[in-house]
Ligand binder design. Structure first.
Ligand code: PHE
Length: 347
């Protein structure tokens, strides 16, 4: 009997279980009513009385061994089964769409970065403004066409205080922020003001009723037009590359005198002339000039002591020149196929 028990122990230990079928085979062989262990229990009554105690213990241990092995394998099989039926680990992962920065944000951040490297701070102001900060203090004559309904979204006509009535409107440029800075700070002032601006325009590839600007202002003693020109050259080469050339054309703005518009050499044809630059080799980028003494005085700055320059550009325009995006509407439609093209930009 003892020998038979030892033999079965070995058989149980060596029995390979690798699936449902062999597990069931194991159960039938060892644990079923007609199995090998039951047969041994049946023979127990023939064991001599003095060996009963020891043999009984060995038999119980044998049965426990088989039961434990059976349970352990059954649990393991059940576990692998659920993993297999719910997940196919070889399937490709569900793609996780990563967001990208908007091209306008990329270029705005880059412009801020370029100017902050030469000491410009960033200033912000309200989008809902009054005509004082958008026009009057900037030397716009009361009959200037930019005050016309064609260009400006008016919110309220002549609200303000009784002694100082003014229209409430959406700012048409961020020059209004520069007025607020000059009212509140003493020179030297060196700041840029990025932000959203609004104009009453029909939406097309070349015009939009909302767009973004960055304007710059430097007011200190002995600021000259040469300083302006050098700063703009630095800016253009940082944003568009070392090869870029700039040129200034005389222009007019109510708040600067003299005023100019800056072109950059066409980065598509390198200045030779193509259909993007309409054969001229130049692309218009921004407006600039020396701050009109009337503006300095209106903002409480001594125009005998201080001079300043200012410039302003559309971020959509700068982005268009940098990336060749030729339809303003693309910036606002949020078409994922357009936005994804800027995936590799990190700024
Ligand atoms: N404010 C002008 C515009 O919106 C741009 C500009 C800023 C021009 C500063 C000259 C100086 O077009």
């Amino acid at each position: 009997m003892k020998e038979r028990i030892a033999e079965l122990r070995r058989e149980i230990e060596e029995f390979g279980i690798d699936g449902e079928a062999s597990l069931e085979q194991f159960r039938i062989s060892f644990l079923s009513k007609k199995g090998l262990i039951s047969a041994l229990f049946d023979g127990f009554r023939n064991v001599p009385p003095d060996a009963k105690r020891e043999t009984g213990q060995l038999l119980n241990d044998l049965k426990q061994l088989a039961t434990d092995k059976y349970n352990e394998h059954r649990e393991r099989l059940a576990m692998t089964e659920t993993v297999q039926s719910s997940t196919d680990l070889s399937m490709p992962a569900i793609p996780f769409g990563e967001g990208t920065r908007h091209p306008i944000s990329i270029v705005r951040n880059e412009i801020i970065d370029i100017f902050s490297r030469i000491g410009f701070t960033v200033s912000e102001g309200p989008e809902i403004e009054d005509d004082n900060h958008v026009f009057t203090l900037l030397n716009f004559a009361s009959d200037h066409p930019a005050r016309d309904m064609q260009d400006t979204f008016f919110i309220e006509k002549k609200s303000g205080t009784e002694s100082d009535p003014h229209d409430v409107l959406l700012r048409t440029h961020t020059s209004s922020v520069q007025v607020r800075v000059m009212e509140n700070q003493k020179p030297p002032i060196r700041t840029i003001s990025p932000g959203r601006v609004f104009r009453n325009e029909a939406v097309s590839a070349r015009a939009h009723c909302i767009f973004h600007q960055v304007e710059g202002l430097y007011v200190a003693e002995n600021v000259s037009f040469a300083d302006l020109k050098q700063t703009l050259l630095y800016f253009a080469t940082e944003l568009f590359g070392k090869e870029v050339r700039i040129r200034l054309r005389p222009s007019f703005f109510p708040f600067t005198e003299p005023s100019a518009e800056m072109d950059i050499s066409c980065n598509i044809c390198g200045g030779k002339g193509c259909n993007v630059c309409k054969g001229t080799g130049w692309l218009e980028l921004l407006g600039c000039g020396m701050v009109d003494p009337n503006v300095l005085e209106a903002c409480g700055i001594d125009s005998e002591k201080y001079t300043g320059y200012a410039f302003g550009m559309g971020i959509e325009r700068a982005t268009m020149l940098k990336y060749g995006v030729n339809d303003l509407r693309l910036y606002f439609e949020n078409d994922i196929r357009f936005l994804n093209q800027f995936r590799t930009e990190i700024l």
